[in-house]
Design a protein around this ligand. Structure first.
Ligand SMILES: *[C@@H]1O[C@H](CO)[C@@H](O)[C@H](O)[C@H]1NC(C)=O
Length: 224
């Protein structure tokens, strides 16, 4: 057997310990946070359909076709979000892969529901931004979106989502619900629980604000 000087053996031993410790630490970090990509609720239908076409030319969109486990709800925002997420995952989860000309949001919460699973393999490729917002899950049904509006608007001012308000368009329940849910999240404890809404809320790390419509934010430093 090769005889190494004691000091070299000690160094190698320490190096081995360091590598084992470090790779264990990395594995733990990788499994601790997963990320997904979804469409911003403020995105209009033509932009959503554009995103759907683009993403589905790169990834397998079978699950959102009729008979697939993610076909329902059959809405552009849900189908676009599903395809945008697959594209984001396949490309390696850089924020640029969830940009879609400013219409994508990176979620820290799993958008899966019932039998529809949104795949994720891990955290963002870059350091995550520190601010967070809350939006409705793209697969949420109309009933729960309306319930969330009724609940959150008891506590926060939802007038920007009323006719003539800066967040009225697009006139979809998911936009109006997301506005209300975010404001509720920002003004309450702003922990994951205040964006839960019976498992219909997602914590995202990009500002959904667009045009004149502002989704409020209170900056904080803790990464969930
Ligand atoms: C939809 O949004 C895109 C991107 O913001 C914009 O360029 C386009 O004019 C909008 N289309 C409609 C019909 O509002």
């Amino acid at each position: 057997m090769l005889k190494l000087p004691l000091s070299l053996r000690t160094t190698m031993c320490l190096l081995f310990l360091f590598i084992s410790f470090n790779s264990g630490g990395m594995l733990k970090m990788a499994s601790a946070q997963r990320t997904w990509c979804i469409a911003n609720p403020l995105t209009n239908i033509s932009a959503l359909l554009g995103n759907l076409d683009f993403a589905c030319s790169h990834v397998d969109c079978q699950l959102i076709q009729q008979g697939g486990s993610c076909f329902y709800p059959n809405t552009p925002i849900h189908h676009a979000s599903f395809a945008m997420n697959l594209y984001f995952q396949v490309m390696g989860r850089h924020s640029s892969h969830c940009d879609f000309r400013g219409s994508g949001l990176i979620s820290l919460t799993d958008p899966s529901y019932e039998s529809c699973s949104f795949h994720s393999e891990g955290d963002l490729a870059e350091a995550p931004p520190s601010a967070t917002w809350c939006v409705a899950k793209p697969g949420s049904g109309e009933y729960i979106l309306q319930q969330n509006i009724n609940y959150a608007c008891n506590y926060v001012d939802c007038s920007p989502t009323h006719d003539g308000g800066s967040c009225f368009n697009p006139t979809t329940l998911i936009n109006h619900a997301s506005f209300a849910m975010n404001l509720y999240y920002q003004t309450s404890a702003k922990n994951t629980a205040s964006c839960d809404f019976r498992n219909s809320g997602l914590v995202v790390v990009n500002d959904p604000s667009s045009g004149d419509c502002t989704y409020a934010s209170i900056r904080y430093v803790r990464y969930l």
